[in-house]
Design a protein around this ligand. Structure first.
Ligand SMILES: CC(C)(COP(=O)(O)OP(=O)(O)OC[C@H]1O[C@@H](n2cnc3c(N)ncnc32)[C@H](O)[C@@H]1OP(=O)(O)O)[C@@H](O)C(=O)NCCC(=O)NCCSC(=O)CCS(=O)O
Length: 372
């Protein structure tokens, strides 16, 4: 039912608006999409009902993200990251923190949540972060700068990682905090001018003597790094599922095109070389779908799923990029112009093999599981 609801919303609302969102980086249309999705229960898909969530599982999350990715990647990534933020709070938050943050995130009162981990010098290696949280009486004081933060412009809550013990071994002195958007000293930089996913804002977030109360600590002190890498594994199912949706949208468009387009007196679909392109790319995306469902099923069962999530993200995003490349090729010049959505799909999918862990990081995680 969740998959069908996502599919219908994606076809009827997201897809018709996606070109305008992309062309104008249209925040108002994006936020309208988000409000409607929150009403449908997509902002707290795996969150307990008592906090306003849908209480679905990771499989439903994956299926939903694929359908939303088919329609509009800018919207889908916002849903994925907001769900990841809600999951961190549900996983390690106190009862008071859950009561404070989850209902407004799930209902859409807060349009989004932001996951503030990466810094300019700490992307693939977040344990090298330099943002500090220093204790001052009954407060923490945050200083530092985060980069590549999805939705920062319109987020209601920020989950922020900072060094709380600079003397500790690498990764052992980091803690996690909850920072409401209106906290003085939290400063949102201008949006990046990106290649794709243009309506989704990606900002720098600075903390300048940003004072937060002691009870803003999220989860145990100095355990923040482990919380981040654990939650990122779940986020990777979302990004992989969205990439699958973008790739399938591209392949479906190209498949319909080659059936219609006549060259040398026959439809392009009759050319065996082009048939094989479609056969290979659809087969790869089916493999990605099954890997995503495997990772999601393990997560839903409460079993370890980090390696499987990395395998699934690698497959869905790398093969998804290839699928968009070939789909564009199948449409020739028409793939390259804005009259058709192919060039947007190809731009939107490119970042999926970069954010929430590059393809190289996914292979590092997979290799560690194989070897150690
Ligand atoms: C590449 C890395 C995986 C390397 O990690 P490290 O070697 O530095 O750390 P580990 O020792 O592997 O892990 C630390 C700690 O956590 C435990 N752990 C690790 N993974 C899991 C898991 N899936 N589930 C549970 N626990 C896990 C591990 O056992 C260790 O525990 P102990 O200390 O031994 O008790 C890592 O650096 C990495 O993933 N890098 C990529 C970071 C990344 O994806 N960055 C992009 C973030 S996206 C962003 O910030 C923008 C937000 S957005 O808007 O989307």
């Amino acid at each position: 039912m969740i998959q069908e609801t996502a599919r219908q919303f994606s076809q009827s609302v997201l897809a018709p608006r996606a070109a305008q969102l992309d062309r104008e980086a249209h925040r108002a249309l994006l936020t309208d999409n988000l409000r409607q999705l929150a009403e449908l229960g997509f902002m707290g898909l795996t969150i307990d009902e008592q906090y306003g969530g849908t209480h679905a599982d990771a499989v439903a999350f994956s299926l939903a993200l694929t359908e939303l990715g088919r329609g509009c990647a800018s919207t889908a990534v916002t849903v994925s990251v907001t769900n990841m933020v809600a999951e961190v709070i549900q996983a390690v938050g106190s009862e008071a923190q859950k009561q404070q943050c989850l209902p407004p995130l799930c209902s859409g009162e807060w349009l989004a949540g932001s996951f503030c981990l990466s810094e300019s010098g700490a992307g693939s290696d977040p344990a090298s972060m330099t943002t500090r949280a220093d204790r001052d009486g009954d407060h923490w004081v945050l200083n530092g700068c985060k980069q590549w933060i999805t939705s920062a412009e319109y987020a209601g809550i920020f989950v922020v990682w900072a060094v709380t013990d600079p003397q500790a071994d690498k990764g052992k002195g980091i803690s996690c905090f909850l920072v409401p958007a209106d906290t003085p000293g939290l400063i949102i930089g201008p949006a990046e001018d990106k290649m794709g996913q243009k309506a989704s804002a990606t900002n720098e977030v600075r903390f300048e003597h940003c004072r937060i109360p002691a009870d803003a600590l999220l989860g145990p002190i100095h355990q923040g790094y482990k919380i981040a890498v654990t939650e990122l594994a779940g986020g990777r199912i979302g990004i992989g599922s969205m990439a699958l949706g973008i790739a399938l949208a591209a392949l479906d468009t190209a498949r319909d095109y080659v059936k219609e387009r006549v060259q040398f007196g026959r439809p392009l679909a009759d050319k065996q070389g082009l048939q094989w392109m479609l056969a290979e790319r659809y087969t790869e995306m089916e493999a990605a779908r099954l890997l995503l469902l495997q990772a999601a099923t393990l997560k839903a069962a409460g079993r370890p799923f980090g390696c499987e999530a990395s395998m699934a993200k690698w497959m869905a995003t790398e093969k998804g990029n290839r699928a968009c490349y070939d789909a564009l090729q199948l449409m020739g010049g028409n793939g390259y112009v804005r009259d058709f959505p192919l060039e947007r799909y190809a731009r939107d999918i490119r970042v999926t093999s970069i954010y929430e862990g590059t393809s190289e990081i996914q292979k590092l995680i997979i290799a560690r599981h194989l070897l150690y």
